[in-house]
Design a protein around this ligand. Structure first.
Ligand code: ZN
Ligand code: ZN
Length: 126
């Protein structure tokens, strides 16, 4: 059973809410260990699932890789580095506006993830 406002759940939420990065469950586990929190990977997964189901945090699916968790709830696009696995928010020049295409399909939102190498990995590899 998962307690609604358990201490563990709150610790996990605070990690996501105060991080400038998008954390995976493994990132959360690593930080918990650094801080001396006694949380298992299963507990972390359960709580991340609950928090994202309740829209307290946002799950960002990265096809082929770990899900990441984001404190920013609005729709936005991401860049994923396939070398160091960091996930970065990107600002596209073009804002997305809902529209109906020529087939009558209504496009309501966009969340795109781009893949590549981040600037620090590019520097390391050259
Ligand atoms: Zn990188
Ligand atoms: Zn984001």
């Amino acid at each position: 059973m998962i307690l609604k406002n358990s201490k563990k759940r709150n610790q996990i939420y605070q990690l996501i809410a105060t991080s400038d990065e998008h954390l995976s469950a493994y990132d959360v586990l690593r930080i918990c260990k650094e801080r001396g929190y006694d949380l298992s990977l299963a507990t972390i997964y359960n709580n991340l699932n609950c928090l994202s189901d309740e829209n307290v945090i946002k799950r960002v699916k990265v096809p082929g890789y770990e899900d990441h968790f984001d404190r920013t709830l609005d729709d936005h696009d991401h860049f994923f580095c396939t070398c160091c696995h960091c996930l970065i928010d990107i600002d596209l020049d073009q804002q997305f506006n809902p529209y109906i295409d020529k087939y009558g399909n209504k496009f309501e939102r966009r969340e795109t993830t781009y893949f590549g190498l981040c600037s620090s990995c590019l520097k390391k590899n050259h």
